[in-house]
Design a protein around this ligand. Structure first.
Ligand code: GLN
Length: 471
């Protein structure tokens, strides 16, 4: 028996290198856990049927000396990432039978290193949601407390890792979807700088906000995966060229706290108490903590809920029930469209498409979309100015701990508040990480969010590693 609970990428790599166990042994242990637990947790929608073949390829790399740290590492893929020849459905009925015809950039990069893809994980439909309750394939339970949600939209990915059904996972984060679920399952989740990891082959949702990123048990694990997946890709027009990527510099060891941002309504006292304790721990570890004034970032969520639906309505226009995806016959073209889209998309997705269409309509475009683009620029500038004086800015990850099924799904606004602290990083395009930060009195997991300037993931890894030692 391999101690999966305490296994990290580096530990697994050393065992594989020393021959303590083979990739096949490791993968079989994960497959057994999935068999035992997935029926209840529903982290995976599909376990790939070629897992053992992939394990053999990885073993070949150990034999011929081309293995990297990621070779043979069992990973879970969010259901919005294309893997050639396999279904990627974004957990929507409309793409139920959609088979990818090429590999996404991240899959291609990891495949070259002999990573083992275990399966595709459940998510909120098209990554819209914070609880994985909007999936067309049932809810995912939080393995730490099965009466509660695992967060979302990357809920299946975090649940897969938290139930020891994968060593690590990939998620996507448009407005918090890696960081919030990571914090709900006591894991580390990294939202990468916009442009650092290619979006090629990721089912588009909010294209100016979407980013792929790693989920793992330790900060170091997310760092290793980040190193494997970041890079320039000509297939993504927003990919940052390598020569523009920044080199680590010496840190000031000064962290900013956006004090007035933490005073909003709907933030649990337990969360604020835990955050104060986190600040104290960082101080004891030698960081100077200073208040930073960021009066505009409180508008990030409002800006998000203008830009995101607008981009959704345009991105999802391609699902017309004709070229591919769910199709319903009708007497004329319009009926085919409305029936296919009406039945193929779930309620939350339809809500966003309608909102976005309104926002982009003639007469409202300037008032909503263009105004939000201007506020977005101002938020970005405000954050960049703050980073002149501090290495990083910290907040709690979520305003509340994992909640129960149905608790927020009836009131969309109460669900949207989940990302209050997370949306600023997506609006500005900067990287941010969530690191476990202890629990509430009830024992529910909480996270600390650390944000850094553009392309400075290294700062998140440094502070994140320091912090995780203290918790
Ligand atoms: N919860 C947010 C939403 O519903 C963010 C989702 C995400 O990051 N994919 O849109």
């Amino acid at each position: 028996m391999i101690d999966l609970k305490n296994l990290t990428i580096e530990k697994a790599h050393n065992h594989l290198k020393n021959g303590d166990f083979t990739v096949t042994d490791l993968v079989n242990e994960y497959l057994n856990i999935i068999k035992e637990k997935n029926g209840d947790i529903n982290a995976y929608i599909e376990v790939y049927d070629d897992v053992l073949e992939q394990a053999k390829i990885a073993e070949g790399k150990f034999k011929d000396g081309t293995a990297t740290l990621m070779t043979g590492i069992p990973i879970a893929l969010k259901d919005n990432m294309l893997r050639d020849g396999f279904i990627a459905s974004a957990s929507s009925k409309i793409l139920e039978n959609y088979k990818a015809t090429y590999d996404s950039f991240v899959v291609k990069e990891l495949k070259e290193q002999g990573v083992v893809f275990l399966g595709r994980t459940n998510m909120d439909e098209f990554a819209m949601g914070s609880s994985t309750e909007t999936s067309a394939y049932g809810v995912t339970k939080n393995p730490l407390d099965t009466s509660r949600v695992p967060g979302g939209s990357s809920g299946g990915s975090v649940a897969a890792v938290a139930m020891d059904g994968a060593l690590c996972a990939l998620g996507s984060d448009t407005g918090g979807s890696i960081r919030q679920p990571a914090s709900f399952c006591n894991l580390v989740g990294l939202k990468t700088t916009y442009g650092s990891v290619s979006r090629s082959g990721i089912i588009a949702m909010g294209s100016s906000l979407d980013q792929v990123g790693p989920i793992g048990k330790t900060v170091r694990d997310t760092e290793i995966i980040f190193e494997a997946i970041n890079g320039y890709d000509k297939m993504d027009a927003t990919s940052t060229p390598i020569e523009l990527r920044l080199k680590p510099t010496i840190l000031k060891k000064r962290i900013g706290i956006p004090r007035e941002f933490l005073k909003g309504d709907g933030i649990d006292n337990d969360v604020l108490k835990n955050f104060d304790e986190a600040c104290k721990k960082l101080k004891n570890a030698g960081y100077e903590l200073v208040d930073v004034s960021l009066p505009l970032i409180k508008y990030s969520l409002a800006v998000y809920y203008i830009l995101q639906p607008a981009e959704v309505s345009s991105n999802l226009a391609r699902y017309d029930g004709i070229r591919y995806g769910y199709h319903e016959a009708g007497k004329d073209l319009l009926t085919v469209y409305t029936k296919s889209r009406g039945k193929g998309f779930g309620k939350e997705v339809r809500r966003r498409i309608i909102l976005g269409t309104y926002i982009l309509s003639h007469g409202y475009y300037d008032a909503y979309y263009n105004a939000s683009v201007l506020v977005r620029k101002a938020i970005r500038k405000e954050l960049m100015n703050a980073f002149l004086n501090v290495d990083a800015i910290i907040t709690p990850t979520s305003p509340f701990p994992p909640f129960k099924f149905g608790e927020k799904s009836k009131n969309p606004v109460s669900m949207y508040i989940s990302d209050i602290f997370l949306a600023p990083a997506n609006i500005a395009g900067i990287p941010a990480i969530s690191v476990p930060s202890g629990t509430t009195n009830e024992g529910l997991p909480l996270g600390l969010q650390i944000m850094a300037p553009f392309l400075r993931e290294d700062i998140l890894f440094t502070i994140g590693k320091d912090f995780e030692k203290l918790v």
